[in-house]
Design a protein around this ligand. Sequence first.
Ligand code: NAD
Ligand code: GLY
Length: 366
Amino acid sequence: MKTVTVALGERTCPILIEGGLLARAADHLAPLVGKRRIVIVTDQNVRAHLATLEAALDAAGIASEAIVLAPGERTKSWATLEMLCDALLAFGVERGDHVVALGGGVIGDLVGFACAILKRGCRFVQVPTTLLAQVDSSVGGKTAINTRAGKNLIGAFHQPVLVLIDPDLLDTLPAREVAAGYAEVVKYGLIDDPAFFAWCEASGAALLAGDAGARVYAIAHAVSAKARIVAADEHETNGIRALLNLGHTFGHALEAEAGFSDRLLHGEGVAAGCALAFAYSARAGLCGAADAVRVAAHLRDVGLPDGLAAAGITASGARLVDHMRHDKKMAAGTLPFLLARGIGQTFLDRHVDLADVEAFLDTQAR
Ligand code: NAD
Ligand code: GLY
């Protein structure tokens, strides 16, 4: 069992990582809940894992109720939030109760937000079931829903009390979703850990093929990095947590152009966005061209998009920059960009000229 801690004083959150952990979840939930009932929220694609968790709780004498939502990004909505809060209230959930979010980033973000506002805050446990959620969204307490105006615009910071990560749950995840989550793994190497990027180059393919050791190593490494960053900047105010947005400004524009649809998954947008951030940095003379080539080559090798063409984006630079102007990070007419002085040397630049970004995007192959 690997254990990582997000050190946040009274909001400190342990993260446990082990293959087969779901079937042993009651060992870790019982000390938290005692004899109280647990409500589990999940989506229809995760039903098989819900059955494992319910059986484990039942065997330990812990009563549980389940709420099963429709899968997909549209579930992160006002309408589903209202329905979920009503259902949790109907179950009589109290502040001292624990709600379990069993699912990917959609379930984790929605359930976390519901728990942030239900009775002004109740406890929740993250049991992430996608690679993206296991290496990123289940850790750090960002919760949100989407609105007509954009993604994740209504939300709160609300830390889970426990995160249980069972890498074996990825056995049922479609390969495309595993690859999309892997983009967030590579991101940690690109931010500040060149040795981990080299590990990704050597072992990323094994991870994607389901190698259990590679999965545990990558998840524990990614979660440790995220825990360190969140402990240093929980509310993203001092520029440290912002590093986690590497690839997201370019990626967000591509996702917006694709209509935030299955045409381009979030992680695929992040992959192409990382490649573009390095290509832009190389063009600006910040990092060597060889670094940008190396990043793109690894993403391509594992089947992730390494730029506009591979992401299926044909829009002009002007149109993509227009999407960027609607990014929620836009402040006082400027958009912060994560750029790189090399692999593992990412930094925040608040003075990037959007006209220059537009010209750069127009040079990229479609
Ligand atoms: P998701 O939750 O939609 O899951 C992807 C798909 O996989 C869904 O169809 C889901 O039903 C299915 N699925 C989940 N687990 C499965 C399993 N084990 N087996 C089979 N199918 C399974 O998407 P995601 O990629 O996990 O998360 C994306 C969301 O996360 C976005 O809304 C994004 O905004 C959010 N996010 C949040 C943070 C954060 O810090 N809070 C960080 C990154 C992303
Ligand atoms: N996924 C970015 C963050 O948690 O800050």
